[in-house]
Design a protein around this ligand. Structure first.
Ligand code: P1T
Length: 357
C-alpha cells in the first residue's frame, strides 16, 4: 500500500549494461518513478517528469529552447517565473513578451515568426485571472508555437490543461500536490512522445531531480488532494463573499464570484474555483496592518497547504518584478493574497473581519 523510499544512489549491475532498469538515481529511481506514474495519472497524461522544485521543472523545460527563440507569457505570473525569464534566460538569448493572455487577441498580436512557446498560468498568481486555454492553444498552434500551462493554482483535480489543448503542464508540487508545507518539488507532464524523450534527457543532463524522500512525501500528500481542494475551494468561496461585503475591502479577486471578469471561462474549464483569494485594501500601510493583525492566517509565502496563509505580493512573492511592471500588471501595494486552508471557515472569516476592522 505504501511505496518504499529507495535511498540508493546507485544500483548494482549484473554485467556491464545489464540491469533491472535502474543505474544511478539522478537518471532514475523507483520512488521517483512511482511519483511520476501517479502524477501522470492525475493529469491524465502519458508522461510525467518530477523535479526538485517548480522552478527546476520550468528551467529544464525552457532549456529546450535556443537563442533567438521568443516566448509570449501571461503578464501576471509567479514572481519567480518572471525572474527566471528576465534575469536568467534572457542572458542566453531567449526573448520574452508579456501579454494579458486572458485577452486572446493580445496573444495573437504578440506572436512573431520566432515565437516557440506561449506560457500560461491559470488562474494566475496573484490576481486569479483566468485564461481560456482552449482558445489560446488554438492561436499558439496556428503559429507553430507550443503551449505550457502552469497548473499549480488549479491542480489536476480542478483543471486538466492537456485536455484543453496545452502541450505541457508544469506544477510546483510544493503547493497543493504536496499539501502540507513540508516538501519542495516540481513536475512536467506531456502527451508528446518526442517532447517527453527530450525532457527525460534534460532531466538527467541538467540534474534538478527530487530526492527519494521528497518523492515519498509527495506520494503521501497527494492521496488527499481531492478532498483538500474541495474543502479549500468551498472555504475560499465563502471567504471571497465575506470580503466582498467588507467595507475596508476595495476589490476581491476570486474566479468563483459572478463579478469576476473571467467567471464564465473559469466555470467552463474548472471543476471548482480553487483555494486562492486575493483582495485589495486602501494602500500598503493598510495591507501591512491587516497582515500583522491576522491570528489564524499565518503570514508566509507559498500556498496550497492545509493551513491558511496570507502574504503581501508586492513585498514578498512578487518583489522580484520591477515596481512599474508590477503595477502595470495590476499587482498593487494594497494587495493581499490568501491561501485558504481546510480550517472551519467561520474562524477564517472572523479572523479576516477582525484584522480589517
Ligand atoms: O517554489 P517552486 O516549487 O520552485 O515553484 C515555483 C512556482 C511556480 N509556479 C507557481 C504558480 C508558483 O506559485 C510557484 C511558487 N510560488 C510561491 C512560492 C508563492 O508563494 O507564490
Amino acid at each position: 500500500m505504501v511505496q518504499p523510499i529507495h535511498m540508493a544512489t546507485t544500483f548494482a549491475q549484473e554485467a556491464v549494461g545489464k540491469h533491472q532498469g535502474f543505474e544511478y538515481s539522478r537518471t532514475g529511481n523507483p520512488t521517483r518513478n512511482a511519483l511520476e506514474e501517479c502524477l501522470a495519472a492525475l493529469e491524465d497524461s502519458r508522461h510525467c517528469l518530477a523535479f526538485s522544485s517548480g522552478l527546476g521543472a520550468e528551467t529544464t523545460l525552457m532549456l529546450l529552447l535556443k537563442p533567438g527563440d521568443h516566448v509570449v507569457y501571461m503578464e501576471d505570473v509567479y514572481g519567480g517565473t518572471f525572474r527566471l525569464f528576465d534575469k536568467v534566460l534572457k542572458r542566453f538569448g531567449l526573448t520574452f513578451s508579456a501579454v494579458d493572455a486572458a485577452d486572446v487577441d493580445a496573444v495573437e498580436n504578440a506572436m512573431t515568426p520566432q515565437t516557440r512557446m506561449v506560457w500560461l498560468e491559470s488562474p494566475t498568481n496573484p490576481l486569479l485571472r483566468v485564461v481560456d486555454i482552449d482558445a489560446v492553444s488554438e492561436v499558439a498552434h496556428s503559429h507553430g508555437a507550443s503551449v505550457c500551462v502552469d497548473n499549480t493554482f488549479a491542480t489536476p483535480y480542478l483543471q486538466q490543461p492537456l485536455h484543453l489543448g496545452a502541450d505541457v503542464v508544469v506544477h510546483s508540487s510544493t503547493k497543493y500536490i504536496g499539501g502540507h508545507s513540508d516538501v519542495v518539488g516540481g513536475a512536467l507532464m506531456t502527451n508528446n512522445e518526442e517532447l517527453a524523450k527530450l525532457l527525460r534527457f534534460h532531466q538527467n543532463a541538467v540534474g534538478a531531480v527530487p530526492s527519494p524522500f521528497d518523492c515519498w512525501l509527495l506520494l503521501r500528500g497527494v492521496k488527499t488532494l481531492s478532498i483538500r481542494v474541495e474543502r479549500q475551494s468551498q472555504n475560499a468561496m465563502e471567504v471571497a463573499r465575506a470580503l466582498q461585503d467588507n467595507r475596508a475591502v476595495k476589490r476581491v479577486f476570486y474566479p468563483g464570484l459572478d463579478a469576476h471578469p473571467h467567471h464564465a471561462v473559469a466555470a467552463r474549464q474548472m471543476r471548482m474555483f480553487g483555494g486562492m483569494v486575493s483582495f485589495e485594501v486602501a494602500d500598503e500601510a493598510a495591507a501591512l496592518r491587516t497582515l500583522e493583525r491576522l491570528k489564524i492566517f499565518a503570514l508566509a509565502e507559498s500556498l496550497g497547504a492545509v493551513e491558511s496563509l496570507a502574504e503581501h505580493p508586492a513585498r514578498m512573492t512578487h518583489a522580484s518584478i520591477p515596481a512599474e511592471e508590477r503595477k502595470r500588471a495590476g499587482v498593487g501595494d494594497g494587495l493581499i493574497r490568501l491561501s485558504i486552508g481546510i480550517e472551519d471557515v467561520a474562524d477564517l472569516i472572523e479572523d479576516l473581519e477582525s484584522a480589517l476592522a
